[in-house]
Structure formats: structure tokens, C-alpha cells
Design a protein around this ligand. Structure first.
Ligand code: GRF
Length: 216
């Protein structure tokens, strides 16, 4: 099997990119074929350079043609801390081949303007006991495409946006490579899929419901 070529789109420091580079380094299933940044200052570009992966910077992230050209022959496109909107014409052309990672349990705490620290501030302000990471398909609406996999993370008393972000980020670094490998193994399906990738909390919850069922 030839590894599925993956394009990773970035805007920031690129720790999720690094997790993908590390996880896929010797993979026969998927490989990071190129990195595309929305701005020249993205720290992620240095990570691409160090890994010897071709990297480019978009001059007009709103230009669908430029985005599609930058992605080249990649079969799967991963938004890893990419803050620009994918132009609708590019979304249409790449339907169900573009995925995004979001640092909360969507559909809560998502949407326009909900990125970075603001997500964790909103989670803490709401008083929920659970946050987490979500990988979902990118469609025309911010953070609303079909969910592929989620991994819950507890919100702890005394959490600050930074402590919560760090706990969620650790999980992101495990979830994203799992999803990429699973989608690549499936040949990047032409229709949305829901994967079992993610944390053990779901397994525990399933076992609990089975046990409760047995007791009745
Ligand atoms: C991550 O929290 C990701 O979920 C969000 O932006 C952050 C990117 O971090 N979309 P990094 O650039 O991968 O370190």
C-alpha cells in the first residue's frame, strides 16, 4: 500500500502538526506530504522544515484556487490550528476530504470566533464538567460539519484556560493521528464516517450502561 498523502494546514505553533509528523514518520498508511500555512510567521513552518516536508504559505487564503493548488495531490487535508476559513468553492471540491480538530466537545463551544484561548474561557465560564477534543469534517459552516471522533477531558476545580488547554492539547495530539490513520486505512471514504478513535471514557460509559442493563 502506498501511504495516503496528507496535507496539513496551519496558522500557529503547530504542535498538532508535530504529533502527525511523529506518528506518521514510518507509517505505511499515511504520510504528511505538504504543510500549508496561512501566514509566513507560523511556527509550524519550522517544524515542517525540520522534518523535511515541503511547506508553503498562502498569499490569499480566501482564494479557492490557490488553496486547492497548494494542497496538490493530497487525498486528505487536515486543519491543525488553521484559523482561516476554507473558501466554499474549495470545500465543495474537496468534500469529505477536509477535517479539522477543535479543542472542545462540539457542537458546544464552537463557531465563528471560537478558537484558541476563547474556547477554554467559554468552557470554564459555563461550568460544564467535561471538555475534550473533536475531529470533524469541514463544511461551509464553522465547526458544524459531521463529527468523526471525540475524546472527553475532565474540567477540574481550579482550572485556568491554560491548564485546561494543556489537558485538551495532550488528547488532541493522540486523537488526530488516530483519526488520520483510520481514515487513510479506509481509503478516505467518499461519505462521512464516525470512528471509534478517542479516549477510554466512552468505553467506560458503554460498560456502565451494559452493567446497568444487566441489573434490571
Ligand atoms: C489546537 O488547540 C487546535 O484544536 C485548535 O488550535 C490549536 C492549535 O494548536 N484548532 P497547534 O498549532 O497545533 O499547537
Amino acid at each position: 500500500m502506498t501511504p495516503v498523502p496528507v496535507a496539513v494546514l496551519v496558522s500557529g505553533g503547530g504542535t498538532n502538526l508535530q504529533a502527525l509528523l511523529d506518528a506518521l514518520r514510518d507509517s505505511a498508511v499515511a504520510r504528511v506530504a505538504c504543510v500549508v500555512a496561512s501566514a509566513a510567521g507560523a511556527g509550524a513552518l519550522e517544524r515542517a522544515r525540520r522534518a523535511g516536508v515541503p511547506a508553503g504559505v498562502l498569499t490569499h487564503p480566501d482564494d479557492a484556487g490557490e488553496v486547492v493548488t497548494a494542497i496538490g495531490d493530497a487525498r486528505l487535508v487536515v486543519l491543525a490550528g488553521y484559523v482561516k476559513r476554507i473558501p466554499p468553492a474549495a470545500v465543495a471540491q474537496l468534500r469529505w476530504r477536509v477535517i479539522n480538530i477543535h479543542p472542545a466537545l462540539l457542537p458546544a463551544f464552537g463557531g465563528p470566533g471560537m478558537y484558541g484561548r476563547r474556547v477554554h474561557e467559554a468552557v470554564l465560564a459555563s461550568g460544564v464538567a467535561l471538555s475534550g477534543a473533536t475531529v470533524h469534517y469541514v463544511d461551509e459552516e464553522y465547526d458544524r460539519g459531521p463529527i468523526i471522533a471525540q475524546w472527553p477531558v475532565p474540567v477540574r476545580p481550579g482550572d485556568t484556560p491554560d491548564t485546561l488547554a494543556a489537558r485538551v492539547l495532550e488528547v488532541e495530539h493522540r486523537l488526530l493521528p488516530q483519526v488520520v490513520v483510520d481514515l487513510a486505512r479506509l481509503g478516505v471514504p467518499a461519505k462521512p464516517v464516525r470512528l471509534a478513535a478517542g479516549g477510554s471514557a466512552f468505553v467506560a460509559a458503554d460498560q456502565l450502561s451494559v452493567r446497568l442493563g444487566d441489573d434490571r
